[in-house]
Design a protein around this ligand. Structure first.
Ligand SMILES: Cc1cc2nc3c(=O)[nH]c(=O)nc-3n(C[C@H](O)[C@H](O)[C@H](O)COP(=O)(O)O)c2cc1C
Length: 194
């Protein structure tokens, strides 16, 4: 006897869709600390992302206050060298107001195909993490700015550049402002083949 397919019009599913749709990149955060247990839970959930050959290529580095302070000095140095002291002040202030800092890396793979797959898996892991946090009321911003490509940053965090690639520095905290966003209608990006 064939079983009927489960309903796709439940309020649970609609709510789930709203979480996926509603997550926004957050720039401005409240200074309320995010519980360490919540962040650890989000990282655990992140590791359930699909990953080809179950390579589990990710690593997560949660930065504490001391490490953040060293990174802020580096951000100042980078911004001063790139622009000027005033621009650096602005940048440091903006980063200092981001409460949580988490670096996600991907293990370097043996072949280009594996590397592509492993990086895709790490992106899925970041999305798991940010959606879990979002559902708990915590916003985040995935960044791949200058600092994430600076060898001094890798040294501060203890990332081995021969073994790992930085996928992103994820800042997180309770949102102060949630910006609007738009997306193209699905008909613009969907091709349904016969
Ligand atoms: C791989 C990746 C790198 C990103 N790097 C940055 C970044 O360096 N700076 C930034 O402001 N946003 C960065 N973002 C966030 C995007 O700008 C953001 O997702 C986009 O504006 C859409 O907004 P939404 O996330 O609210 O939908 C990055 C996102 C991804 C996926």
């Amino acid at each position: 006897m064939s079983k009927s397919a489960p309903s796709f019009e439940s309020s649970d599913l609609r709510e789930f869709g709203e979480v996926l749709r509603g997550r926004r990149t957050i720039n401005l955060f409240l200074q309320t600390p995010v519980p360490a247990k919540l962040v650890r839970d989000a990282i655990e959930v992140a590791t359930w992302a699909p990953n080809h050959h179950v390579t589990e290529p990710w690593a997560f580095y949660v930065l504490g206050r001391q490490t953040k302070a060293i990174c802020l000095d580096l951000i100042r140095d980078i911004a001063t060298a790139k622009k000027d002291a005033q621009a650096a002040d602005f940048k440091v202030k903006s980063w200092a107001e981001k409460p949580g800092w988490l670096v996600v890396t991907c293990r370097k793979s043996k072949t280009a195909i594996l590397q592509q797959e492993d990086l895709a898996a790490c992106s899925a892991a970041v999305q798991n993490l940010t959606l879990y946090l979002w559902r708990a009321g915590v916003g985040s911003k995935w960044t791949t700015g200058d600092i994430t490509r600076d060898s001094r940053f890798l040294d501060i965090v203890g990332i081995d550049a021969d073994q790992e690639i930085v996928v992103g520095l994820i800042c997180y905290g309770y949102p102060k402002v949630t910006p609007d966003q738009t997306r193209k209608p699905v008909t613009d990006v969907l091709k349904e083949l016969p």
